[in-house]
Design a protein. Structure first.
Length: 456
């Protein structure tokens, strides 16, 4: 059949609050024009993030009833550990309350001021945890990554020549590890090929540099490898994921993405020395190493969800949903990152507002226009989130000005996406009315979460 249906049926519903334009304008003003500060109930379609916002399956809910809340060595921990080890093959497995906790432990235990951490692209909390230690989070995306219209199959790849140059310039002693983010969220949810991952691993191995995978969306990346690398076409997604992790020396994971859970994460590694340091800090920061800040029921939900994310039919449906919206927006001439990513559609705010100064934050303008037009909450991935100060303290814009519409897993139906397309069409048609914004209050780090704006 040509029609791809959701591989599930709905068992429980949650009401949505439909607001008027006047109510949305008041809510946005009260939130200082930052959609992070708007109450969730005032968002009709909430695409702020796909992190922890998915719907759990009957199998996950049933597993939660088995939750063993023993402090140490619970049955729930054993099931979690078995599921993570089956997928990653790692010797040491440490649960955390979410992905940024794993990043924080990794950074605090391994990094020193002045260290360099290359990555295809660091996402916000990864970069912040590295910079908090006084190290440098260095992005080395492939050349196609900054061309939003290039139809390259693996735009999430790392530039291997740039990696070699980085190692030659700084030396092994300043690069305690390198990272690969799969899929590459910062660059539009774009996948990393197995070939690129192997090449990166080979370069790092020449210099004895460990590879750490940011594995938040490992299952979606495995699906892209299955579809776009001929050698993997007949392999199961579990096999592909296992091969991907076999190239890594460690991994951080937010189980709020491809763990299909509402909370949780893990930090895994092969090195006994790293593991000892991680475990000691885990006890101080998160909890005992067999629960790591999670309830037994959360460990159970993750153990099931990690395997469900690798179900091929589920991935077919999820990617078809993203592609459906991307095709419709293509017809309407709405600029966006092509090809569509794995977990979101990324609008190209710079192309939508080409005359706007990047430091007037075109992505924020589009985000706020989407909310005003239809109660749709999205997120800016541009100069607010990824801008930086140069050596003279002058703010420099991000290479890309994107607006991410992140799809919660198993939550919205096609009619929701049809409504979303109408909202985006209206915003695109009225783009000449979108104002720039200035920041009037901001914290020193991760400013996008809490800063205040005003329209220019």
């Amino acid at each position: 059949m040509r029609t791809i249906i959701e591989p599930f049926r709905i068992k429980m519903t949650e009401p949505l609050k439909v607001t008027t334009h006047a109510e949305r304008a008041a809510a946005l003003a009260a939130a200082h024009h930052n959609v992070f500060l708007i109450d969730a109930e005032d968002c009709c379609i909430d695409l702020l993030t796909d992190s922890g916002t998915g719907a759990m399956s009957t199998e996950q809910w049933a597993a939660m009833m088995l939750g063993d809340e023993s402090y140490a060595g619970s049955r729930s921990w054993k099931r979690f550990e078995a599921s993570v080890r089956d997928i990653t093959g790692m010797r040491h497995i440490l649960p955390t309350h979410q992905g940024r906790a794993a990043e924080g432990i990794l950074a605090e235990c391994v990094l020193r001021p002045g260290d360099i951490v290359p990555n295809n692209s660091h996402f916000d909390t990864t970069r912040a945890n590295i910079e908090y230690r006084g190290a440098v989070a260095l992005n080395l995306p492939c050349r196609e990554a900054y061309d939003t219209q290039a139809e390259a199959p693996f735009k999430g790849n790392m530039d291997v020549d740039a990696l070699r140059a980085c190692i030659a310039e700084h030396g092994r002693e300043r690069i305690p590890f390198a990272m690969m983010t799969v899929t590459n969220n910062t660059g539009g949810g774009q996948p990393v090929s197995m070939a690129n991952l192997r090449e990166v691993k080979a370069v790092l191995s020449e210099h004895g540099i460990p590879l750490v995978v940011d594995a938040c969306r490992f299952a979606e990346n495995a699906y892209f490898v299955h579809e776009r690398e001929a050698a993997y076409r007949g392999r199961s997604l579990l096999d592909i994921a296992q091969e991907m992790f076999s190239l890594a020396d460690g991994a951080t994971m937010s189980c709020k993405k491809d763990g299909l859970a509402n909370i949780g994460g893990f930090l895994v590694c092969r090195d006994d020395g790293w593991a000892e340091r991680f475990r000691n800090l885990l006890i101080l920061r998160e909890g005992f190493p067999t629960y790591g800040g999670l309830a037994g029921r959360d460990l159970e939900a993750i153990a099931v969800g990690l395997k469900e994310a690798l179900d091929y039919d589920y991935q077919v449906y999820r990617h078809a949903t993203v592609e459906y919206m991307a095709r419709q927006l293509d017809v309407l001439g709405v600029p966006m990152v092509r090809p569509a990513g794995g977990h979101a559609v990324f609008l190209d705010a710079r192309a939508m507002l080409p005359e706007m100064d990047p430091l007037h934050y075109p992505g924020i303008g589009v985000v706020n226009a989407l909310y005003l037009a239809g109660g749709v909450r999205a997120v800016e991935l541009g100069s607010v989130m990824f801008g930086h100060l140069d050596e003279h303290g002058v703010e420099q814009p991000s290479p890309l000005e994107l607006v991410r519409l992140a799809f919660p897993r198993r939550v919205y139906t096609q009619s929701h996406f049809d409504y979303l397309i109408e909202v985006i069409e209206q915003v695109s048609n009225e783009r000449d009315r979108i104002p720039g914004h200035r920041i009037i209050r901001q914290p020193k780090m991760l400013r996008h979460f809490t800063c205040h704006f005003e329209p220019i």
